[in-house]
Structure formats: C-alpha cells, structure tokens
Design a protein around this ligand. Structure first.
Ligand SMILES: C[S@@+](CC[C@H](N)C(=O)[O-])C[C@H]1O[C@@H](n2cnc3c(N)ncnc32)[C@H](O)[C@@H]1O
Length: 252
C-alpha cells in the first residue's frame, strides 16, 4: 500500500494515552519494588509480578491500538477496496467518512468516477477531509456531503458501491442502525456492492441486509491489523450485492 499523505490522526487518543501512562507507571512501580522491596516475602513479590505483567500488557495494548489506527486499518481497507474490483467510473459512497480515511483510498482507484463522503461533521470538518483528499492527490474525484446515515440525501440507486468504516456502531439504537443499513441498500444501484466494517453489531447488519434482499452475503473478522488493543475489540466486515433485477429486491 502506498504511504498515506493525509492527516487522519489517532481515533480516541485518550485510550492509548491512558493505557500507555498506566502501563509505564506500573513498570516504574515494579522497578521500585525490585530495587527496594523484593527481598521482603509475600505481597511485595506478588505486587512486583502483578505490576510487571499488567504494565507490560497495557503497553502492548497501547502499542497495538496505535499500530491499528495509524497503519493496520489502512492496509486492511486497501485490500478490501482492491477486492471490490472498482471500475474507474464508479460512484462510491462512504457512509460516515470522517477525515476521509477510506474515502481517499477508494478515490485512488477511480478515474472519471466520484468518491462521495457523507458525514454530519460533528467531530470534524469537511475542510479537513477535502485537505486530505488534496494531500493524497485525489481532490478531483472526491465530494463531501452533509447528512445523517439514517436518512441520506441521495436518490435511490445513486451509487455503484457503498462502503462504511467504524461509523454505524456510533448510532445508539438498533432501529437507527437498521435504518442506516437499509439506506445503504436503497442508494445502491441494482447489482451494486457494499462493504461495511465495524467493531460491533456486524451480525445485526448482516441480518438487515438479508431482510433487504441483499445476496452474496459474507461476514468475516479482519484480524490483528484491525484490533484496537487486542482481539476483544476487533473489526469485522460484511459484504453483499444488491440483486440486479429490481423485482428481486424486497424492501423492508
Ligand atoms: C469513528 S468515526 C469513523 C470515521 C472513518 N469512517 C474512519 O474509518 O476512520 C465515525 C464517523 O461516523 C460519523 N457518524 C456518526 N453518526 C453518524 C450519522 N448518524 N450520520 C452520518 N455520520 C455519522 C461521525 O461523524 C464520524 O465521522
């Protein structure tokens, strides 16, 4: 994967900061115990071992989080996008595009097509996303749009491909998430494909897609490169195709 030139930052930086800080404190505590109190029997040795083990685990978790957010997820998404066999003229929607992490990856594979990013821009600004598109050399293929995933401002069948990364789980209710997944299907043209990645609820998305008549459904974990801290916070992918014949498509 080519080096990323945009500025995508670290998601929820408080998480690796806290993990790293507590990890370092525990290792310092273990060192102090080793230098001063290890000769004492009982709890001192237990406290030393506990500080050493837990401190090391927290540092590994912080490092893994940083690896995933800075490199791993981009490598995984590059492979997902490659596997979607985009044609240069496709219109692709990125639902909840944020700073354009996936949007710009998609845009690199287009020529005359468009990569459209939808976001309410609560936590970031469309200018940041457009600046990242410019940094990646794809500004001529990227559009940003403002809106809600549960009621998207696009016509039925407007896109050849719909993608989303880590956005749907931020919708608090199951009804809201189901509405967003149904919207993904609505704006997809017959025969269009979708790829949804998230940390939670991916099985729920698969069920909604099945109810919506989406075919060729596949769900899989994305492995260690998309773990935030460890396997207990790992991302999964669900992919599918909207049936080509409109009358095969069952709306909810
Ligand atoms: C964790 S960020 C993920 C950003 C980016 N897709 C990525 O892979 O890093 C979640 C994004 O979803 C957006 N989002 C959350 N709820 C949304 C909603 N109801 N409609 C549209 N976007 C939403 C947020 O504004 C944010 O940009």
């Amino acid at each position: 994967m080519a080096a990323r030139k945009g500025r995508y930052g670290v998601e929820a930086p408080i998480v690796p900061t806290l993990l790293g800080a507590v990890g370092v404190l525990l290792l310092v505590a273990a060192l102090v115990l080793a230098l001063t109190g290890v000769a004492a029997p009982g709890w001192t040795l237990a406290a030393l071992v506990w500080s050493l083990v837990v401190g090391t685990c927290l540092l590994v978790a912080a490092g893994w989080y940083l690896f995933t957010t800075l490199r791993g997820r981009f490598a995984v998404w590059a492979e997902i996008v490659e596997g979607m066999w985009l044609r240069g003229g496709d219109r692709v929607l990125d639902m909840g595009c944020g700073r354009g992490e996936v949007l710009t990856l998609v845009a690199r594979r287009l020529r005359s097509g468009r990569a459209v990013g939808l976001d309410p821009w609560d936590g970031t600004s469309p200018d940041v996303t457009l600046a990242n598109a410019a940094a990646e050399g794809v500004a001529d293929r990227v559009d940003v749009s403002t809106g809600d995933l549960t009621a998207m401002p696009f016509a039925d069948g407007d896109f050849d491909v719909v993608v989303s990364s880590l956005a749907l789980h931020t919708i608090p209710s199951a009804e809201g998430r189901a509405a967003a997944v149904a919207e993904a299907v609505r704006v997809l043209r017959p025969g269009g494909r979708l790829a949804l990645v998230d940390l939670r609820h991916v099985q729920e998305y698969e069920s909604v897609l099945a109810e919506q008549g989406v075919t060729d459904l596949r769900r899989r974990g994305l492995g260690p490169r998309f773990w935030y801290c460890g396997p207990w916070v790992g991302a999964s992918l669900v992919t599918g195709t909207k049936p080509s014949e409109p009358d095969e498509f069952t709306s909810a």
